[in-house]
Design a protein around this ligand. Structure first.
Ligand SMILES: Nc1ncnc2c1ncn2[C@@H]1O[C@H](COP(=O)(O)OP(=O)(O)O)[C@@H](O)[C@H]1O
Ligand SMILES: [Mg+2]
Length: 306
């Protein structure tokens, strides 16, 4: 029997500021009684349709827990409710005086004429792993992380690719990774911990579609269609799979980094992943079973293909 994750009512938390980046403006809230310099959390509401609700809250919560198990530095996420609106809160990875700069702002330094992801140019020219590695040259790992001492930022970034492939997150565009800049200019920039994992685990499928894929044994086909379309590719053949991109990143990072991440993945028993999903309150049965199956299949694919 596993304990259930709490849903935190943040209705009365004071608003600290508005976050203009991302799909829609969101609110930074201050956690009450969290000290003189209060902890800030980004409240992200789920998307609702006339047919029902998407599951960005549980997908982002599960992803942060899976990231933690994998040892990937990522934002702490909690399920939340704001004046009755369902959502999640994501703990600030860039507390003062750190400043966050997204990949979109860094890539032009290494790719002349870089076209940002928001321009939605086909084939995402420039947003390749080799250019990201260049952009992260000299950059240290995230501030609070329990990683091997020889790791550079890119060694950690490939951990994000492994996590993305495990959770079926196709959304690692150039505003969904970042660096942190310390106030002291003599200190190196650091990779920012991973954030925005809401587009994962089939969060936007309808239950009827999940049920059908489960019934007809089509989940494997679904995960194999998970492509790294946010990264540079040509069509044909089109983008590689998320697992293929993780494999490429692990190869680029070298044997020590590859061995480290694959050992971490191997060390996560499928039952532990099942427990994480079981701990979310209020998920429908098809959403739960589908998410568990995605994690099980992707873990297997990664261990076989990387
Ligand atoms: N935990 C966090 N700590 C610091 N900044 C964050 C965090 N989560 C998100 N952000 C910032 O807010 C922006 C929007 O949030 P994101 O989670 O990416 O939402 P969206 O789904 O709208 O893209 C991100 O691009 C990033 O700059
Ligand atoms: Mg985002």
């Amino acid at each position: 029997m596993t304990g259930q994750y709490q849903v935190i009512d943040v209705s009365e938390w004071p608003v600290a500021s508005i976050e203009p980046r991302g799909e829609e403006a969101k609110t930074w809230l201050e956690e009450p009684d969290s000290g003189q310099d209060p902890r800030r959390w980004l409240f992200k509401p789920i998307t609702t349709h006339d047919w029902g609700d998407q599951g960005e809250d549980w997908s982002e919560k599960i992803s942060s827990e899976v990231g933690r198990l994998l040892g990937v530095p990522c934002a702490q996420v909690e399920l939340a409710s704001h004046h009755g609106e369902r959502g999640l809160i994501s703990l600030d990875l860039a507390p003062r005086p750190l400043q966050l700069f997204t990949g979109m702002l860094l890539m032009p330094a290494v790719v002349s004429g870089y076209q940002v992801g928001a321009d939605r140019v086909n084939g995402r020219p420039g947003h390749s792993l080799s250019n990201i590695r260049l952009a992260l040259t000299g950059c240290a790992p995230p501030p609070v992380s329990d990683l091997p001492s020889g790791f550079y930022a890119f060694d950690v970034f490939v951990g994000y690719l492994l996590l993305d492939a495990l959770i079926a997150n196709r959304d690692r565009h150039d505003e969904n990774w970042a660096i942190l800049r310390p106030a002291d200019p003599t200190q190196p920039d650091m990779l920012c911990g991973a954030y925005d994992h809401g587009s994962s685990l089939g969060y936007n499928l309808r239950d009827a579609a999940r049920e059908q894929k489960l019934r007809e044994g089509q989940v494997e086909h679904w995960v194999k269609r998970g492509t790294a379309w946010r990264f540079e590719h040509t069509t044909p053949p089109g983008p590689v799979t998320l697992v293929g991109l993780a494999a490429e990143g692990l190869r680029m990072a070298g044997p020590a980094t590859r061995g480290y991440w694959l050992d971490r993945l191997q060390g996560i028993d499928t039952n532990v992943l099942v427990n994480v999903v079981s701990s979310v309150p209020g998920m429908s049965d098809p959403a739960r079973t589908f998410a568990m199956e995605v994690l099980r299949l992707n873990r297997e694919r990664l261990l076989n293909e990387c």
